[in-house]
Write a protein that binds this ligand. Structure first.
Ligand SMILES: Nc1nc2c(c(=O)[nH]1)N[C@@H](CN(C=O)c1ccc(C(=O)N[C@@H](CCC(=O)O)C(=O)O)cc1)CN2
Length: 291
């Protein structure tokens, strides 16, 4: 059986300057690495440079820490924020859902089918609706109930239970797959940008609750979905992915919802895949996605 060398992804951002690509590729070459894919982008507005390099490493370079050490001088010279990601380590993900399960169902299937290089540590919900579906995949299900209009301290206790599931499992990411609870500012701070939400509209249109009803009343000809990072400001987080589908005057609000749910599932799956493949870099309030 031929030996497969370890593969890594380097992601970096820094003030733009001549020589970055040359220095990065030269250092990897000198270390005996083989670049398999390299993408970069210079943002003229912010003067920032972004790069994603997928490479294989020689036997003696077994972990990300050794690579980071080798990379120290280049990182300092260009004042880089740089991370080495070992692709042998599959990120652990917790999925949160409420009473609409189409996105959860889609993510479970894609994970089982090997389309997502991650492991689902647990599914959590304020309802029990999808306990059987989750357990049919051999995945833990945690019911963390919340009544409408719960007192803030009760809501915070429930959030801490959810955060505890993430910590116990070592989850690197929380995916809100139509989880219909607004996360508190404190919880958003604890998550430190490690949460992705699917909003069922083409943001910035129709923020908040019931976007399909809003779209129906407005008479839109396109409906869409938006995957974004979760911040304390509802539906205002950096956008990762969006898509739309045509609709028309003959369609009811229920028709819009049915069409829209397929778009939601596809958009969220793309965003989750790009996150676990280390393809998304933060660019202020925006993102750079090396698809
Ligand atoms: N801090 C954040 N929390 C959440 C975000 C976000 O961007 N920042 N996105 C939402 C998802 N969402 C729309 O996509 C959304 C979810 C829930 C509500 C809402 O009004 N929820 C009520 C309770 C509703 C219920 O119990 O059924 C509430 O929390 O009081 C609006 C928009 C996920 N969370």
């Amino acid at each position: 059986m031929p030996h497969t060398p370890p593969e890594f992804v380097l992601t970096l951002s820094c003030p733009d300057a001549p020589g970055i690509v040359h220095s990065v590729s030269g250092l990897l070459y000198q270390a005996g690495c083989n670049i398999m894919d390299s993408q970069q982008y210079g943002d003229a507005d912010t003067g920032l440079f972004f790069m994603r390099v997928h490479f294989s490493a020689p036997e003696h370079l077994q972990d990300a820490a050794q690579l980071a050490l080798l990379f120290g001088d280049v990182r300092k010279r260009f004042d880089m924020q740089a991370q080495f990601h070992d692709l042998r380590i599959r990120p652990k993900v917790v999925i949160a859902v409420s009473q609409y399960g189409h996105c959860l169902n889609d993510l479970l299937y894609r994970w089982k089918a090997g389309q997502l290089a991650m492991d689902i540590a647990a599914v959590v919900s304020n309802h029990t609706t999808f306990a059987d579906l989750t357990r049919s995949y051999g995945i833990e299900f945690h019911h963390l109930p919340l009544k409408a209009g719960e007192a803030a301290e009760t809501k915070r206790a429930q959030e801490q239970a959810l955060f505890g599931v993430m910590q116990q499992s070592g989850a690197a990411l929380l995916v809100l797959a139509r989880y219909m609870q607004i996360l508190s500012a404190e919880f958003c701070a604890q998550l430190e940008g490690r949460a992705i939400n699917i909003h069922h509209s083409f943001l910035p249109s129709f923020k908040g609750a019931r976007p399909y009803a809003q779209a129906y009343v407005r008479g839109v000809k396109l409906i869409g979905a938006t995957a974004h990072y979760v911040t304390a400001d509802l539906d205002e987080g950096p956008i990762i992915e969006q898509d739309v589908e045509r609709v028309d005057h003959t369609m009811s609000a229920a028709d819009l919802t049915a069409v829209g749910q397929d778009v939601e599932s596809v958009v969220l799956a793309r965003a989750v895949r790009w996150q676990v493949e280390h393809r998304i870099l933060r660019n202020g309030h925006k993102t750079v996605v090396f698809r």
